[in-house]
Write a protein that binds this ligand. Structure first.
Ligand SMILES: [Zn+2]
Ligand SMILES: [Zn+2]
Ligand SMILES: [Zn+2]
Ligand SMILES: [Zn+2]
Ligand SMILES: [Zn+2]
Ligand SMILES: [Zn+2]
Length: 359
């Protein structure tokens, strides 16, 4: 059971990541490869072409918008990826084995629609109980390798698609396998073609050509990885500089605010000083004003008193002059005159008019 879980999780990973066509969102059916390395089902690409440029010679990838030029018979001529088809078949088979423990798998050897119990690797068929027995009885099939469904399910035996064993045939010589690589034409060809059309070209065996190709790709991958690292480093640097800019910006703002605040404080101190001065002068003015008012009032009071006294004195003098006899007037003459001269000798208390001036 434990191995089932592993197989299952592995399947999930593969199917989600690599086996879906992003046009129909189903698993690939006859996947074809575009120049941008994106793959789609043959039928999906044919429909896509109809909707894009029905008579044109190019196709725009719906994922990355890159164009692929079509030649010959169009979409059908695009490279196949049998490996993907094989994977789809293998994954689908593993799923069938896991779901319902394989009860949906029927015998492929007879027409009885019996449930399969095992698989013959040589015939590449699932077998029912009866067919498995028949296999054991026939001389020709006795040596065939037969595994139970349980063995396949557990992952002990891995089901591999027949597609993996298929060797592509030459387009010009359909009975010939493609087994030579022409470096000059950068093409896989058959032995006949190598003799007829590529005799003067640089030819290599497939294993050697694959080795060389893998080496080249590995080198380029490494170069790309280095470039990726460079990009990341540059991005980190840019990020650092950006952070520095942010810091500088914040600091400059702080500095400006501080400077302005200082200026404002200075002005405020200046204002406070002026207000203090104003207050002081106000007080001084108040004091002078009060002093002067006191002076004015004192002068007024004194003069008022004098007026009253003079009035009384005059009334007494007038009374005496009216009532007294001529002897008495003459006798009192000295006193009367003296009193009157006391009145006339007095000057009114004057306030200097400059006291009304203030500035
Ligand atoms: Zn599709
Ligand atoms: Zn693409
Ligand atoms: Zn059968
Ligand atoms: Zn067999
Ligand atoms: Zn060639
Ligand atoms: Zn050929």
């Amino acid at each position: 059971m434990a191995s089932n879980v592993t197989v299952q999780s592995l399947l999930e990973k593969i199917s989600v990541d690599h086996l879906e066509c992003s046009i129909c969102t189903n698993r690939f059916r006859q996947p074809k490869l575009l120049d941008c390395l994106h793959s789609f089902c043959l039928q999906c690409l044919q429909e896509l072409r109809q909707s894009q440029y029905p008579s044109g010679t190019k196709l725009t990838c719906p994922l990355c918008r890159r164009e692929t030029m079509l030649k010959g018979s169009g979409v059908a001529d695009l490279p196949n990826i049998f490996a993907f088809s094989a994977l789809v078949e293998e994954v689908t088979m593993q799923e069938k084995l896991l779901e319902g423990q394989g009860s949906e798998i029927k015998c492929q050897n007879c027409d009885e629609e019996n449930q399969a119990v095992s698989r013959c690797m040589d015939c590449d068929h699932f077998l029912c109980q009866e067919c498995q027995k028949a296999h054991g009885r026939m001389t020709l099939m006795k040596s065939h390798k037969i595994y139970t469904l349980a063995q396949l399910r557990s992952g002990e035996i891995v089901y591999t698609s027949k597609l993996r064993d298929e060797v592509p045939k030459c387009g010009k010589h359909p009975d010939q396998n493609l087994n030579v690589y022409c470096n000059s034409c950068e093409q896989v060809i058959c032995t006949t073609c190598s003799v007829l059309d590529h005799a003067k070209h640089s030819l290599t065996g497939l294993p050697e050509a694959v080795e060389k190709c893998k080496k080249k790709v590995t080198e380029m991958v490494q170069k790309s990885e280095r470039r990726k690292t460079q990009l990341s480093t540059t991005m980190e640097e840019t990020c650092k500089f950006r952070k520095e800019l942010d810091t500088m910006f914040a600091n400059s703002k702080k500095k400006l605010s501080k400077k302005a605040q200082q200026e404002i404080t200075k002005v405020k101190q200046e204002v406070a000083k002026i207000q203090k001065e104003e207050h002081k002068l106000m007080k001084e003015m108040d004091r002078i004003y009060k002093e002067r008012v006191t002076t004015f009032e004192a002068a007024q009071a004194k003069n008022k008193k004098e007026v009253t006294q003079t009035q009384h004195k005059l009334e007494e003098v007038k009374q005496l002059m009216k009532e007294a006899s001529c002897y008495e007037i003459l006798e009192l003459q000295q006193k009367l005159l003296h009193n009157l001269s006391e009145l006339t000798g007095k000057q009114p208390q004057q306030v200097p008019d400059k006291l009304s001036f203030m500035d």
